[in-house]
Design a protein around this ligand. Structure first.
Ligand code: FAS
Ligand code: PHB
Length: 390
């Protein structure tokens, strides 16, 4: 088998890259280790920056998002008994975010790949990149006990934090920067009406909470939990009671509860690998970086990586111009680090850090009180939340 770009991973990064390259007449093969159903069963991100929404429309996969997604012009922060609204559109000259689940984005990308004859191979075991430091790299894998190989010009590792791509870069050519937070997020998905028409991020002495949604009848909630939490100890009733205790009373009073249809714990970390390329291998999305979900940046950073990488590959094939491929890592990392900073700052501002004691919480309240008394501070938060330019 031969293709131009071998893509490892059929998450949003890999599928979006494959779709954009196809529309530019550049063929690719996507190798995914899990089944399609497994990929589509994962509940992940919920907030799309305008940049990602525009990319999906340009890639001819934005129709269902525009029909079913929720455009949000503001976001709310609860702290110290207050509920304050950040007017995203008013502070950023009309920019908004789109609430539309990553699962739906992935579903729409799969549909488009199918419709355009895309090659996505699932349950590909032991995907292994070869010859990355040559001009004839290739990928091998096994499936059903049979061995396969695809020769390509380039390899895009869109295989997430635990993927094989980053591991294929020689250790002496990679620097990894990491911060692990001393807590996780316990998330619940429920077929209940969202508690508010916009998101609510809550700083509370019992811990962080987030009220989000997937639609008008599908809600997504999170509470901060210790890293060693046993999810088996968290009944639905316990979750709802804890969430109510972390929200302002007028919000808790109107919270609609119901059976969870998904419940999971996600650890929080900040991570960046540098550089994002090695020979003919390019890292995109979680393969190269991780952010704590507090800033709703994970999926959106994957999008800007794909934006830069797809344009660089198109310049190579259409104009023989290699400069953007050479500049990919530096260009992507500049935007990545700004989103890492924002996600870290939102995490430090909104979560409970027991080691910081009452002084730490008072500092957080002072920062939040200052924020909502300063147009400059609110504008800075708003422009980061809606997404910095590509
Ligand atoms: P993904 O991890 O989505 O996809 C990588 C794909 O590669 C997977 O399908 C995997 O099976 C495949 N793969 C891995 N190794 C392979 C191999 N060796 N061979 C072949 N295939 C391989 N972001 C937010 O903005 N908000 C959130 O609330 C949020 N919640 C999250 C919760 C969890 C539990 C996790 C893990 C992440 C969350 N994120 C969130 C971040 C998430 O949305 C990612 O940013 C997003 O999935 C990035 O997409 P990809 O880069 O495509 O990586
Ligand atoms: C979600 O809806 O899953 C979500 C929204 C905003 C975040 C994190 C997660 O910051």
């Amino acid at each position: 088998m031969k293709t131009k770009v071998g893509i490892i991973g059929a998450g949003p990064s890999g599928l979006l890259l494959s779709q954009i390259l196809h529309l530019a007449g550049i063929d690719s093969v996507v190798l995914e280790r899990k089944s399609r159903d497994y990929v589509l069963s994962r509940i992940r991100a919920g907030v799309l920056e305008q940049g990602l929404a525009d990319m999906l429309r340009a890639a001819e996969v934005g129709k269902r998002m525009d029909a079913e997604g929720l455009v949000h012009e503001g976001v709310n922060l609860a702290f110290d008994g207050r509920l304050e609204r950040l007017d995203l559109a008013g502070l950023t000259g009309g920019k908004t975010v789109m609430v539309y689940g990553q699962t739906e984005v992935t579903h729409d990308l799969y549909e488009a790949r199918d419709a355009m004859g895309g090659t996505v191979i699932h349950e590909a075991d032991d995907v292994t990149p070869h010859g990355l430091d040559t001009d004839r790299p290739y990928l091998t894998w096994t499936k059903g006990g049979e061995a396969f190989r695809v020769d390509c010009d380039f390899v895009a590792a869109c295989d997430g934090f635990h993927g094989v791509g980053r591991q294929s870069i020689p250790k002496d050519r990679l620097v990894e920067h990491e911060k692990v937070y001393p807590f996780g997020w316990l998330g619940v998905l429920s077929r209940t009406r969202p508690v508010d028409h916009e998101l609510i991020y809550a700083n509370h002495e019992r811990g962080f909470a987030l009220c989000s949604m997937r639609s008008d009848v599908l809600s997504r909630y999170y509470v901060q939990v210790p890293l060693d939490t046993d999810i088996g100890q968290w009944s639905d009733d316990r979750f709802w009671e804890e969430l109510k205790r972390r929200l302002p009373q007028e919000v808790a009073a109107r919270l609609e509860t119901g059976p969870s249809i998904e419940k999971s714990i996600a650890p929080l970390r900040s991570f960046v690998a540098e550089p994002l390329s090695y020979g003919r291998l390019f890292l995109a999305g979680d393969a190269g970086h991780i952010v704590p979900p507090t800033g709703a940046k994970g999926l959106n950073l994957a999008a800007s990586d794909v934006h830069y990488l797809s344009r660089a590959l198109i310049a190579h094939y259409h104009e023989g111009d290699e400069s953007a491929l050479r500049a990919y890592s530096e260009k992507a990392l500049r935007r990545i680090w700004k989103a890492e900073r924002f996600s870290w700052s939102m995490t430090m501002l909104l979560h409970r850090f027991p080691a910081e004691g009452s002084f730490g919480q008072r500092i957080q309240h002072a920062e939040l009180d200052y924020l909502f008394g300063s147009k400059a501070a609110m504008t800075a938060m708003a422009e980061n939340y809606v997404g910095l330019p590509y």
